[in-house]
Design a protein around this ligand. Structure first.
Ligand SMILES: [Fe+2]
Ligand SMILES: [Fe+2]
Length: 231
């Protein structure tokens, strides 16, 4: 875990995770397992920024539209679970220094995304993906591997992930009913943030990943998306 890496807890308590503290491997495992369970169950920490949906009023959604929007927002929520796990995994194995501030700012904003998606699902009376613990565990492992590959590859992984997420969000924005102004506002802001995360990772020295890796990432994300839409 990065020195100074902060996890915001639901009770408005912050714990500064400092590498100089001697967490045992068991401590770390338990902290990660606790986070996975909490986030998966739909208990995101409070967002640092206001929900972009604010006081916007969405038009009436019929039953089918409501199910569709819930599916899309469940996918986006699951994607943000993955983002938390990826950053945690990368942080656990990152070499040092340079990537820290990039990762920290992005990770904080991903908490906002997670929380906003969770709120929208709640408004729609919809559940989060039952497979969230699986997404978390898989993403943590992938993030840890990316971190082991070295900081420039790890940043390259962030850059590519964010590029793919940005394209995915654009697709979802187009698939949302026009009348669902609340979901639109959330996804619009997320798309702006993800583009910024991608640029930050690139400017911090992130390498362009080889094409087969990019394709494998897109393939894995497609499996997650098609499952999370339904369950
Ligand atoms: Fe995000
Ligand atoms: Fe992001």
């Amino acid at each position: 875990m990065f020195a100074g890496y902060t996890i915001r807890l639901p009770e408005n308590v912050s714990i500064a995770m400092n590498e100089t503290r001697n967490f045992t491997p068991l401590d770390r495992f338990l902290m990660r397992a606790d986070e996975a369970v909490r986030l998966s169950a739909g208990a995101a920490p409070p967002p640092g920024r206001p929900n972009p949906a604010g006081e916007l009023v969405s038009g009436e959604l019929d039953g089918e539209e409501r199910r569709h929007v819930a599916g899309l927002m469940r996918v986006n929520h699951a994607g943000e679970i993955c983002a938390q796990a990826l950053y945690a995994g990368q942080a656990a194995t990152a070499r040092k220094g340079g990537v820290r501030s990039v990762m920290q700012q992005a990770a904080d904003e991903e908490i906002d995304h997670l929380s906003w998606c969770e709120s929208r699902l709640r408004e729609l009376d919809a559940h989060t993906s039952v497979l969230n613990p699986l997404w978390y565990a898989g993403s943590y492992a992938i993030g840890a591997l990316a971190g082991l590959a070295g900081d420039r590859w790890s940043l390259g992984f962030v850059r590519e992930t964010e590029n793919q997420v940005e394209a995915h969000l654009q697709e979802h924005i187009e698939r949302l009913p026009d009348s669902d102004r609340r979901s639109h506002a959330i996804l619009d802001q997320m798309k702006i943030d993800e583009a910024q995360h991608g640029r930050m990772a690139e400017e911090a020295g992130g390498r362009a990943l080889p094409q087969p890796v990019r394709r494998a990432m897109a393939f894995t994300a497609d499996i997650m998306k098609s499952l999370a839409y339904r369950i």
